[in-house]
Write a protein of this length. Structure first.
Length: 280
């Protein structure tokens, strides 16, 4: 949203990679408003000891490839991605780079073509679904999460139903949904046919129920499976460890006295919001 946040800028490639190398982290998450639109230049003011590609400009794919070469880094992910910036090179990495986690947040916001146009979003549903199909072809076990806005100005019952339909079709997990609220200095704030709060609240509840059911079904499908999980810390009781699967699900396991950053866990139980497991 350049009207409210200003134009996008990308940090120099060398600066980002220096942070990655100095972090000592086993998991690296590249973060940006539209992170897959990253276009970083070399920092010509600094000398670099990094082995990097030759071009003057680098993409998110270049960042991922360079990061994957660092032995101490075991997991890579990024958020949030914009559909029109999800090019074939980045999609192909999900099939070729084992350190890139099989989980992607790719917001769609609405399942209605007309609402997307009013939101000034330059992609169609067919284009979005094509990207999802390509990702699943490259990495069959990949899971997608999304962001949704209900009650955008002028949203009809049929347009809202289209959003529910796309949520069921893609089977998103770990998604986020919000009621539209006017923001200063945005075109939508002055659009006619603003939706009443009662209708927005009702629609949000309907969509949340669908998303929750999708998430519950996926969590339950994980029971019996084994994942390498990242340890985040100790829970409030002090008796359990909180870990994250490659799909960003929370897993609770009994606390052990000695543990590494990554633990292999077998999932033993699941509900709509978290998993339980045992260390293998």
């Amino acid at each position: 949203m350049p009207f409210t946040r200003g134009r996008e800028i990308s940090r120099p490639f060398d600066d980002v990679m220096r942070d990655v190398k100095n972090s000592g982290a086993v998991e690296i998450c590249f973060l940006g408003q539209n992170v897959n639109g990253y276009k970083g230049n070399r920092n010509k003011e600094q000398e670099s000891d990094l082995t990097v590609p030759e071009p003057d400009s680098y993409s998110l794919s270049d960042l991922i490839r360079a990061t994957a070469m660092i032995e101490s880094v075991k997991r890579i992910r990024f958020t949030s991605s914009y559909p029109t910036k999800m090019d074939d090179d980045l999609i192909a990495l999900f099939g070729t780079e084992p350190k890139l986690l099989p989980f992607l947040n790719m917001p769609i916001q609405s399942g209605s073509e007309s609402v997307l146009k009013r939101m000034n979003r330059p992609y169609t549903l067919d284009e979005y679904i094509t990207i999802v199909d390509k990702l699943r072809s490259m990495r069959p076990d990949i899971q997608i999460s999304s962001d949704f806005i209900v009650g955008f100005p002028g949203e009809t019952d049929a347009e809202f139903q289209a959003t529910c339909d796309i949520a069921r079709r893609v089977r998103y997990i770990n998604s986020y949904s919000y009621k539209y609220s006017p923001r200063p200095h945005t075109a939508a704030a002055t659009m006619p046919d603003q939706i009443g709060e009662n209708i927005k609240k009702e629609r949000l509840k309907i969509l949340d129920d669908i998303l929750t059911e999708n998430n519950r079904a996926f969590n339950e499908s994980c029971v019996g499976k084994v994942f390498e999980c990242l340890v985040e810390g100790v829970d409030k009781t002090g008796n359990n460890l909180i870990c994250r699967t490659p799909y960003m699900q929370q897993v609770i396991i009994p606390r052990t006295t000695n543990h590494q950053s990554l633990i292999t866990i077998k999932i033993t139980d699941a509900n709509k919001s978290s998993l339980r497991g045992e260390v293998i």
